[in-house]
Design a protein around this ligand. Sequence first.
Ligand code: ARG
Length: 462
Amino acid sequence: MSTKKMWGGRFAQGQDALVEAYTESVSFDRLLYRQDIAGSSAHARMLARQGILSGEEAETLCRGLQAILEEIEQDRFVWKPELEDVHMNIESRLTELVGDVGKKLHTGRSRNDQVALDFRLFVSDSVRNWSALLAALVRTLADRAQEHADTLMPGYTHLQPAQPVSLAQHLLAYAAMFRRDASRLADADRRIRICPLGAAALAGTTYPVDPHFVAGELDMYGVFSNSMDAVSDRDFVLESMFCASLVLLHLSRLCEDMVLWANPSFGYVRLPDAYATGSSIMPQKKNPDVAELMRGKSGRVYGALFGLMVTLKGLPMTYNRDLQEDKEPFFDLNDTVQMSLRLMSGMLSEIRFVPERMRAALDRGFLNATELADYLVGKKVPFREAHHLTGQAVAEAEARGIALEALSLEQLREICPLIEADVFSILDYEEAVRRRDSPGGTGPNSIRAQLAKLREWLGQGE
Ligand code: ARG
């Protein structure tokens, strides 16, 4: 079996069926239909404006393209693999609909600059969507942080209890990461949403085209500067994939916290039923599968980034068919990023934090040891010595199986006679957190300031 092609003028034989199946892209790049139609419409208007087509011809083309858009959205469009890709499927249908004038659409253009335009628009639209989802997630984190401004928990280093912090501070750490991710995307978008149309096959065109007009029609930031670069580079895809990788990396870290916190040994959170699954054999289990899968899918997103880097690294100038391999990994990554962000917002807004369990963990971990050392420094004990004496007090409390603040004043004074009754307010966890009000610290004023900045960024100032 073999088929004839739109580009088949110089070919005597049709294409082998396996070759067709191997090289076609319409099975996946049809997702670009909206961008392809918008790009072609802008191109047609530009051609008329430049006197390359008549105004009437351009109008006919745009009307035809609009009809095709409706056919596709209403699922009436017949996609044909033998027409290879989304571009030729749409162009061929256009000629069916509007007659010979359809054949004029491709004037001054090549599929090489056409696909670059379509994909730039698609990646940009996706990136803008991720930004909106990131903002929603930051809002959820800010809301939950505000609710838990006074909830104390252990802060960890080396996954060992280190110092008391507020749950708000822990949540706002993630809000800061996701806010940075959004700003990285906005920055990348200024390089992604650049018009490559007018580069034609690789060398530019003899027609008096106006890429700036097309860029304006499509709400783009600017136009390409070199035709060979415009049709052959895909760094804009890589950049979006790197930004996505960081989003998933941050999500994955948050997932890891949730997995740990849902473990009964921690018991800091109760997962909403809708976001957990049971075990087919162990009836007591409530597994954090969503968090685990999200952590797992981060690997797949990095895989898309690395895969495309390898695809691109050895390509000679300019367009090579290898470039068609940029799409499937991006589409897959796009689905993962969107779903993950939506799920994380949903899970966090419904998750139940368990302040009692966090509080209990504080007592077990001697998290106020630093406070005692700082207290002794206040009594003019050199820090190294204060550190050592505090270590002795911890050992004493540990041996008795009690918290540091449960030692009596006498017991404490035996370790260091400079200690007085005021030490107990210093050892208080609330106090310890309240005192850490340095910029960006876990203290209440800092939390308020962090929240205010986030709300301002979210455009809902308090
Ligand atoms: N499907 C192709 C791609 O994604 C479209 C461009 C084809 N250009 C060509 N000269 N064969 O790259």
